[in-house]
Design a protein around this ligand. Structure first.
Ligand code: SF4
Length: 289
């Protein structure tokens, strides 16, 4: 089985079999992201993907979950994804879920019928990076999608019966306008009502274009206390009517949170308040991406 370049997957896919169906990310222009800067985007030949699946079957006795990498596997034409899903179903009958990263544009390009076919073919989760709910921040980081497009993409995913896991980044606005970023993320979650929300905290690596802005003083990271206050403001602005699992338990976060909105909102806000009061915030040395 061949892995080409660095391979990334969401934290909840830690135990999944990872199969690269694309290399890199079709957008690859977000200023905060260093993930695929070493790769030129391409779709892998289907014959290679099928060969990797065959080889994995021979290597692993039990495969519960499969994650189709790299950056946005949902960019593949639906027919191609359906052939891959068909092969997965034949080779791994025990596999309960196939998941992919998808950009808002990938989702919006698919018809509702295509998304339903992917659901029936085994796709059980689409990870969508929203990053911010603020159009100002989205434009600044060159996300390539607007608030409205992201909301439509997430709703379309959920309406097709595929749960959406949506990522936001705390600190993405830096010290300028963090309150607006927080409120916009919270209200966006309320409007989209995704099944899952993951909140990371910004860490900027040297390969990310934003690193230079930071080095030259044009972008200032939040302090740990500001980051926690930003998360408080975000949570205060969520008003969901159906269950939404909220996780802020990534290695980059200063305070680890996990709960289901709306019922755990007050508990998580309390955790953030007491972490600030007691100073129990993760030491920088233990933070990671
Ligand atoms: S954040 Fe996602 S969409 Fe943006 S460049 Fe990185 S992988 Fe691509």
């Amino acid at each position: 089985m061949r892995y080409i370049g660095s391979v990334y997957r969401p934290p909840s896919e830690a135990y999944s079999l990872i199969i690269q169906v694309t290399l890199g990310c079709a957008h690859n222009s977000c200023t905060f992201c260093s993930m695929f800067k070493d790769k030129r985007f391409s779709i892998r030949p289907e014959s290679e993907v099928m060969a990797d699946l065959e080889e994995s079957r021979a290597m692993f006795r039990n495969v519960d979950r499969i994650f189709l990498a790299d950056g946005d596997a949902l960019v593949l034409p639906t027919e191609s994804l359906m052939r891959i899903l068909g092969r997965i179903a034949a080779l791994f009958p025990e596999c309960g879920r196939v998941s992919v990263y998808g950009s808002p544009q990938d989702v919006l390009r698919k018809t509702p019928g295509e998304l339903e076919a992917l659901r029936d073919g085994g796709v059980g989760m689409i990870y969508i990076g929203a990053e911010s709910g603020s159009d100002r921040v989205l434009a600044k980081v060159n996300k390539g999608a607007s608030r409205d497009e992201i909301i439509r993409a997430v709703r379309k995913t959920e309406d097709s019966g595929i749960p959406a896991s949506v990522t936001f980044i705390s600190g993405l606005s830096g010290q300028d306008g963090w309150e607006e970023h927080a409120i916009a993320c919270g209200t966006m979650i309320s409007e989209m009502e995704p099944s899952y929300v993951g909140l990371l905290t910004l860490m900027v690596e040297p390969a990310a274009p934003l690193y230079r802005d930071m080095e030259e003083g044009r972008f200032r990271l939040l302090t740990p206390v500001q980051a926690v206050n930003e998360t408080r403001l975000l949570l205060e602005n969520t008003e969901v009517r159906r269950d939404c699992v909220f996780r802020s338990n990534h290695a980059s976060n200063y305070v680890s949170l996990r709960g289901t909105l709306p019922r755990d909102k007050e508990r998580m806000l309390g955790q953030l308040r007491s972490a600030c009061e007691s100073g129990a915030l993760k030491d920088e040395r233990f933070r990671a991406l």
